[in-house]
Write a new protein. Structure first.
Length: 164
């Protein structure tokens, strides 16, 4: 697999230009950014959430950031939790787990985007497997996110160093 069929069809139908960046197989965002020689601030990750009514929401944020569930819940006036992993397998059937493209609209899923990504000159998203990224110029990424809410939904992840 290189790019998921669903994502490919959606990008084609929305007339979004992109490049494919192939890389060695990776299992996490840090390794993907490192092996692809890109900044983690420009690598978007998709986090799928679910509310009490069972409705899904995709949060799109820089891979170096930590999602703030309270901030999203406050913005959208609903309480969200992480969606169960087994649900992701059925929703994203043409994707490997951990390589879900950060384009919820392609999968008919409501989406919210961290405003920080809209400031990047280019954004990389997973293509559906662990060996290909989609490179989008800022205007192309903005086009994909034009109909979704933009808020500050994450903050940089800072490792805490504890003294014993």
């Amino acid at each position: 697999m290189a790019i998921s069929i669903t994502l490919n069809d959606y990008l084609s139908n929305t007339h979004v230009d992109y490049d494919i960046l192939k890389h060695k197989h990776t299992t996490n965002a840090f390794d993907t950014a490192y092996k692809s020689q890109i900044s983690m601030a420009n690598l978007a990750k998709a986090v799928v959430l679910q509310d009490a009514d069972g409705e899904y929401l995709m949060a799109v944020l820089p891979s170096q950031n930590k999602l703030k569930l309270k901030w999203i819940s406050r913005q959208l006036h609903r309480r969200f939790n992480l969606a169960p992993e087994q649900d992701l397998k059925s929703i994203f059937q043409d994707c490997d787990l951990g390589a879900i493209p950060a384009v919820g609209n392609a999968y008919k899923m409501k989406t919210i985007c961290d405003e920080q990504l809209l400031e990047s000159s280019c954004v990389y998203i997973e293509g559906g497997d662990h060996q290909a990224l989609i490179k989008l110029k800022q205007d192309q990424f903005a086009q994909l996110m034009k109909d979704v809410p933009h808020h500050k939904i994450s903050k940089p992840f800072i490792h805490e160093h504890r003294v014993a």
